[in-house]
Design a protein around this ligand. Structure first.
Ligand code: G4F
Length: 337
């Protein structure tokens, strides 16, 4: 009997890689998508277009408990991966209310529906290194105190605590992965890595002349999303439910990412990168670097991509995509007020 998994956020970077991974393991894969996505599949399903004949999609919204309840009532799931969220930190400063609503209530709805209908289903919650925020120790591990610096980070701490509370109060198998930044050619264009690699491709093609960025000195622990979805799955196969840090253990600044990405295209980042105050955040996290030794010992997990391998793959994918599709409007510099 194959296992059945439900993924919220299946159209995103992590959801699409996780769906591929679970299908390869023989799972029956279901995904929750917003109704609006079903009306605009060509644009909204680009990351899962190649999987559409092998997965089952259900229309529901993280803002509506009845819609989540309805999906969970229709099938018996062995595992549920709750990945959907408003995940852009900068946006959470613009509209903290909708970030909180979606990320906290949405998580609560998923937990409550499972408790009501399928309390034995194993649940994965997408926690984040943003929960550590203004860090009190380096590297960060499972016991490092949380000090979130954005509405997004606060919402993830609340989701983490809710997940732990369902585990402790109701005996459910609920775990949080505390994932550090993870990227890939499927990363959204608003995040700094993809903004850099897509603009490098545009500059190389002669259709852009500069890259406007905020804080170049912020340091992040960047891994590859493909590696990180393996860890999500592994967390749900353990005898005991528990929370794990997933990270590479290496940290690089945004400046170093620029240097490497422009270097892949044979360019010097200093000639193209311009500092723009608009992209600074009201409260920044200066340094994140994770200690994943617990995951390595208990899950046997370790990353397979290096930092330079990740950057190279992203830049080359963007160069190839641009050559195949032709230039598109550059949305990464749009100022939404
Ligand atoms: O790529 P970012 O927007 O990612 P951030 O804020 O670290 O969050 C990401 O990783 C988290 C895991 O730790 C996830 F939970 C979260 O959902 C998301 O996936 O920004 C990275 C750094 C920041 O310090 C930011 O200030 O890059 C800096 N940065 C400098 N210029 C910029 C820019 N970030 C963006 N997005 N755009 C810029 O122009």
């Amino acid at each position: 009997m194959s296992k059945r998994a439900l993924i919220t956020g299946i159209t995103g970077q992590d959801g699409s890689y996780l769906a591929e991974y679970l299908l390869a393991l023989g799972y029956e894969v279901h995904g929750i998508v917003r109704r609006v996505a079903l009306e605009d599949p060509e644009r909204r399903f680009t990351r899962i277009a190649h999987l559409l004949d092998r997965i089952r999609l259900h229309g529901a919204s993280l803002e509506s408990y009845p819609s989540i309840f309805n999906v969970v009532s229709r099938h018996q799931f062995d595992e549920c991966y709750h990945l959907a969220a408003q995940s852009f930190v900068a946006e959470s400063f613009q509209d903290g209310f909708s970030t909180m609503n979606i990320n906290i209530n949405g998580t609560h709805y998923v937990l409550a529906a499972l408790k009501e209908l399928q309390p034995t289903c194993h649940l994965y919650f997408a926690g984040s290194s943003e929960m550590f925020g203004k860090v009190t120790e380096t590297p960060q591990h499972e016991t490092t105190p949380f000090h979130p610096r954005s509405p997004y980070g606060i919402s993830k701490v609340a989701g983490f605590q809710l997940t732990r509370n369902y585990r402790e109060a109701f005996g459910m198998y609920c775990v949080s992965g505390i994932l550090f930044n993870h990227e890939s050619p499927r990363r959204g264009f608003e995040f700094v890595t993809r903004k850099i690699t897509s603009t490098v491709a545009r500059i190389k093609a002669g259709v852009a002349s500069e890259l406007r960025l905020g804080n170049l000195e912020a340091k992040r622990d960047w891994g590859h999303a493909k590696d990180y979805v393996r860890a999500m799955h592994s967390m749900l196969q353990q005898p005991q439910a528990d929370d794990y840090v997933i990270a590479t253990g290496q940290s690089h600044s945004v400046r170093e990412f620029c240097e490497a990405a422009f270097g892949v295209a044979g360019l010097d980042y200093q000639e193209y990168v311009k500092i723009d105050e608009f992209f600074y955040r009201p409260a920044e996290i200066d340094l994140l670097v994770g200690d994943a030794s617990r995951a390595r010992e208990l899950l046997g997990w370790k990353p397979s991509y290096t930092f330079n391998g990740l950057v190279e793959e992203m830049v080359n994918a963007d160069i190839e995509a641009l050559a195949a599709a032709g230039p598109r409007p550059n949305v990464t510099h749009a100022r939404l007020t």
